[in-house]
Design a protein. Structure first.
Length: 196
């Protein structure tokens, strides 16, 4: 077995729901989220280039479309669990790599095994492209929160919105600041819970 198992595994993302323990009116799958992160990341990259930064588009798209592939094996490990402590984040990273190795990568022959391992675990680093991925991931989560708030699903999505917004404000990108100042107000303009 080789790449056929990879394709079968990735298709599971079509059925993996996000925000697993929360009630939601509109639940997105991980594959929907990945597509939207790619769209948002593309927008952020265009903004970066419009402001003089050079984007490595190949590296960016590889990061965007592969950042949650391992969730086809582990499910959506909630951010507030994963990032609770540095030790926890390191342990989750180790477990994700072990699960991917055991249940997916071990079935692949080289060179595909090494290539896919790098794709799956080469995401939110300190490169411009890694930072764009981080911001795009936050932005999609913000939009999911806004949708739930518009549907009066305030607990826990109002707190989640504020937490994610605080994290996005720490991303040091021109495009993240542009999003916060010029795009986010249009997304929240009809949301009574955020109209403060």
């Amino acid at each position: 077995m080789s790449l056929d198992k990879y394709l079968k595994t990735v298709r599971k993302l079509n059925n993996m729901g996000r925000w697993a323990p929360e009630f939601m009116h509109q639940r997105a799958t991980v594959s929907e989220h990945s597509f939207l992160v790619a769209q948002i990341g593309q927008m952020l990259a265009i903004i970066e280039e419009e402001h003089g930064n050079k984007v490595n588009w190949e590296r960016l798209f590889k990061k965007l479309i592969n950042h949650d592939v391992v969730e086809a094996l582990t499910g959506d490990i909630l951010s507030f669990v994963k990032h609770r402590k540095t030790e926890m984040k390191k342990m989750v990273d180790i477990i994700e790599e072990e699960v991917a190795e055991e249940h997916l990568l071990s079935y692949m022959e080289e060179p595909y095994r090494s290539i896919y391992k790098n794709l799956m675990f080469d995401g939110k680093d300190e490169t411009l492209e890694g930072q764009i991925l981080r911001a795009a991931d936050y932005i999609d989560a913000l939009i999911e929160c806004i949708n739930e708030l518009n549907l009066e699903n305030c607990v826990p999505f109002e707190d989640k919105y504020n937490t994610i917004l605080s994290q996005l404000k720490l991303v040091n990108l021109i495009s993240a600041k542009y999003f916060l100042e010029d795009i986010l107000p249009g997304l929240t303009s009809d949301c009574k819970k955020l109209d403060k």
